[in-house]
Design a protein around this ligand. Sequence first.
Ligand SMILES: [Zn+2]
Length: 297
Amino acid sequence: MKVLILGIDALEYNRVQEWDLKYLKQKEYGKTIVPISEGFGEPVTLVVWPSFITGTQPQQMGFDAPIIYRQPLKFFLEKIYFPLTSKKPKSEHDLSIEEKTTIKNKIISRTNYLMMKIGLGRYPERRDIKVPTIFDNKKYRSIHINIPVYDQIFTAEDRDSARNGVIRAITDKTFRKEFEKKLLDELKTGKENIFKIIKQKNWDLYMQYFYVLDGIQHVFYKNKLKIMDYYMQFNKLVSEITKQLPKDTMLLIISDHGQENGLHTNYGYYSSNIKLGLKNPNITDFKKIIEEKIENK
Ligand SMILES: [Zn+2]
């Protein structure tokens, strides 16, 4: 059996339910348990995706924060500084994105930016992933496009511009248009990849990642209609993929976390076109399932 994975950043379970997006639901769907990065208090893209593709928790996978510090700075920051500076919200959505940006994220992102600038920290790269991924299995052929960390899509520059881009796009109307245009380009290219590769015979596992929904929901969190429009586009995309899907192919949709009011929620999302019989699975459970499906065990 082949496996096609759509990695959709920030796809929120509650929106799929609310708008009854049946193609995104498929035969089986639900929330997943995802790692929460300490000091950040939320699931972080650069940690959750590597955990998913390795089927291991961050500690074992290689890193549990979206930055690799040099020792002994690592110890000081993670054990002393971040716990002190990060104000823990009383509830998940206690803080608005602006508040969150000014309090916790600003401190951490300023610190991180400074550390990177003086060479004491850097973004994680493929070599920091210490265990084999689903793409390293030599028993089958893999194609992977834009997988965070593994495919290096977020270079230091991208990450800074993505973070600053989100913050700037919230307040600056002209820039907001540019920001959305970039996300639309990513969506378009991703769709083109899928419809090209789906016809090829040179893969058993193909994973395509999309960032777009995360950016849209951070920036346009007050504009529910716009968010709905993007969710509908993904719903339609899945319906089109299903029509062209090669026989005997599992279609798995995965997200690293959801979003409510512009903030990450503390669970992910999965859906599958075949019954898996899972109940509130951990995002690290899927590696084994994927490999077994491909190897027909
Ligand atoms: Zn995000």
